[in-house]
Design a protein around this ligand. Structure first.
Ligand SMILES: Cc1ncc(COP(=O)(O)O)c(C=O)c1O
Length: 389
């Protein structure tokens, strides 16, 4: 029996597959609203491909197919941003009177979508402590709970959830489970294989990978859920530009090697930071001793370069001085691109019902593809230069 190709191979083989005539390796960058038919009889023939640009042209279709393969999905639906991808299943699958149980560590704008937009339309939300075990989270399900929404690892504080256990408990109670899987990029962890109903990711981050595209993806295995999501996108008229899809597809081909490099460097930087007197805690699941390490080891085949670093004390002035002193870490809110970034707590902790008591400032580092020794030297000089602030 021949061995089935791995995901790294499949990401590339979908571009080089034979039997489609002479052509460019990547799909043509088609742009178009109008699509012309040869004959009147052809105009409504679905077998001849899309009839209108809103349905997606070659780049969007190739990207959605490759992402579905990556996530092990029956369907991947593209959305105009990662936030839109979080919003889509909530819009499509919930009705007034339903309740969402979400992690208190949810990405701030996702939380705002629940508490502002969905709440105004009769869908309520409750937020659970991100440190709870899966059984305790399921213990909070009420009669109206229709969907449980988690991030694993969680935004900023990086707690991990036992997704297989939570998904199984949710399914047994008729509750849908959705996971924001952006940290794993659909590669290091495949939630649908572990029983989750919906896997969402901000393609903006690692898939696009170059800090120049905003996009999201929603992946599902159940054909009925796929139909509901398709209908929602159709009804809302959402669209992703072919240029952006083309760029994301180009990023996707090198996702596995970029992720491996981010993860290898991040582990070196995380271990170095954990030994610094200025640091009280490094929150990076691949680092032994970090919250969620056991679950990461059990379920993940790789990692991102994003971590939380809690300093030992520190005034805001010290944190600002430290960030200002760094040369190789850009001051920016996103992550998943090739470059290293750092933020100082983004204001999202103030939204939480039960923020963790941290002994110092929370920094978020994205370790990029630079030489890790240079990143460490940069952090080192910034620690030293700001010791007296
Ligand atoms: C965990 C997580 N989910 C979703 C998003 C939203 O992605 P986008 O910026 O493409 O809307 C982000 C963005 O930072 C994120 O960190």
């Amino acid at each position: 029996m021949t061995r089935p190709p791995g995901s790294r191979t499949r990401l590339i083989a979908s571009a080089t597959a034979r039997g489609r005539g002479r052509r460019t390796v990547n799909p043509p960058l088609e742009r178009g609203s109008t699509l012309l038919s040869d004959r009147a009889e052809d105009m409504r023939d679905d077998n001849l491909g899309p009839v209108y640009g809103l349905e997606g042209l070659a780049p969007q279709r190739a990207l959605a197919a490759a992402l579905a393969d990556l996530e092990g999905a029956h369907r991947t639906v593209l959305a105009p941003s990662g936030l839109a991808a979080v919003a889509l299943p909530l819009l499509a699958l919930l009705r007034p009177g339903d309740e969402v149980l979400a992690t208190d560590a949810l990405y701030g704008p996702s939380r705002r979508f629940l508490t502002r937009f969905m709440a105004a339309r009769g869908v309520t939300s409750r937020f659970h402590d991100p440190g709870l075990k899966a059984a305790a989270i399921a213990g909070l399900f009420g009669p109206e709970t229709r969907l449980v929404l988690v991030e694993s690892p969680a935004s900023l504080t990086f707690e991990m959830v036992d997704v297989p256990e939570l998904a199984a408990l949710a399914r047994a109670r008729g509750v849908l489970s959705a996971i924001d899987n952006t940290w794993a990029a659909g590669l290091a962890f495949r939630p649908l294989d572990h029983g989750a109903d919906v896997s969402v990711q901000a393609v903006t981050k690692y898939v696009a990978g170059h800090s120049d595209v905003l996009m999201g993806a929603v992946s599902v295995r159940d054909p009925a859920l796929a139909r509901t999501l398709d209908h929602a996108v159709e009804d809302l008229g959402w669209h992703v530009s072919p240029d952006d899809a083309w760029l994301a597809l180009r990023g996707l081909r090198t996702l596995p090697i970029r992720m491996a490099a981010h993860a290898a460097s991040a582990l070196v930087v995380a271990a170095w930071l954990a030994g610094r007197p200025e640091v009280s805690e490094v929150r990076y699941p691949p680092l032994p001793g970090s919250p969620g390490h056991a679950l990461w080891r059990r379920d993940y085949s790789g990692a991102a370069g994003l971590m939380g670093v809690v300093t030992q004390g520190w005034s805001e002035a010290r944190a600002h001085a430290f960030l200002n002193r760094l040369n190789l870490f850009g001051l920016g809110y996103s992550w998943g691109g090739f470059e290293s970034l750092i933020t100082h707590e983004t204001g999202q902790m103030a939204l939480r019902q039960s923020p963790p008591a941290l002994p110092g400032t929370l920094l978020r580092l994205h370790v990029g593809l630079e030489d890790p020794a240079d990143l460490i030297a940069d952090l080192d000089q910034a620690f030293s230069a700001t010791a007296d602030v």
